[in-house]
Write a protein that binds this ligand. Structure first.
Ligand SMILES: *[C@@H]1O[C@H](CO)[C@@H](O)[C@H](O)[C@H]1NC(C)=O
Length: 197
């Protein structure tokens, strides 16, 4: 009888230590950050893309809505940069129709505006003072929306039937991806603004 109860006691202790360990670990391991990112991403229009593009930066994001919005802008900027570089290279290639060349160079210009707007947003957010939070977030929301407009204008240039199939598919795919990343970044910025109050 005594043996059984001390055995149960030991099991109870063991169970408790597992429980304590795992709930303690949840607070300090990356798990809580990826869970925070997953939950925050439900506020975006493209939650899967949001999660896959941001969970790899969980160590920088931790559980901060501000760092999450920052990381989303970083990811968007770097994706827009590489697409812009790719398009500049493509537009110098041979075998493009004049219509394609002109759509490509218009697009590179629009992307360059979007890059400026994203860079300004990242800058402004990192230099924000508490006293001008409202002004800062307003600027950032305006610029990120403007970046979305520029990206969509670029995408429109590749919507018609005048384009070569491969080129159109490649470019449109990249632009759609950037536009979705930008839309997600804006949602996370809005969420940060809301939480900040
Ligand atoms: C965003 O990019 C900047 C510059 O590369 C970097 O210093 C910063 O840590 C990044 N922020 C996040 C949250 O990833």
């Amino acid at each position: 009888m005594a043996g059984l109860s001390s055995k149960s006691f030991a099991l109870l202790l063991l169970a408790m230590s597992f429980y304590i360990n795992s709930s303690f670990a949840a607070r300090i391991t990356p798990h809580s950050s990826t869970e925070f990112i997953r939950k925050s991403c439900t506020a975006t229009t493209y939650p899967k893309l949001c999660y896959t593009s941001l969970s790899i930066h969980s160590s920088a994001i931790q559980t901060s809505p501000k760092l999450l919005a920052n990381a989303a802008l970083n990811v968007t900027l770097s994706s827009a940069k590489s697409t812009s570089t790719m398009m500049s290279t493509l537009s110098q290639g041979h075998g493009l129709k004049p219509k394609e060349v002109s759509a490509m160079s218009d697009c590179v210009e629009e992307l360059s505006d979007a890059l400026d707007e994203l860079r300004k947003s990242i800058d402004e957010m990192s230099n924000a003072k508490e006293s001008n939070f409202g002004l800062m977030i307003n600027d950032v929301q305006t610029w990120v929306s403007a970046a979305m407009t520029d990206e969509s204008t670029c995408g429109d240039g590749f919507a018609g039937n005048a384009m070569n199939g491969n080129l159109k598919t490649t470019v449109r795919g990249r632009i759609v991806n950037i536009a979705q990343l930008t839309s997600n970044a804006l949602a996370l910025i809005n969420n940060y603004a809301l939480l900040h109050g």
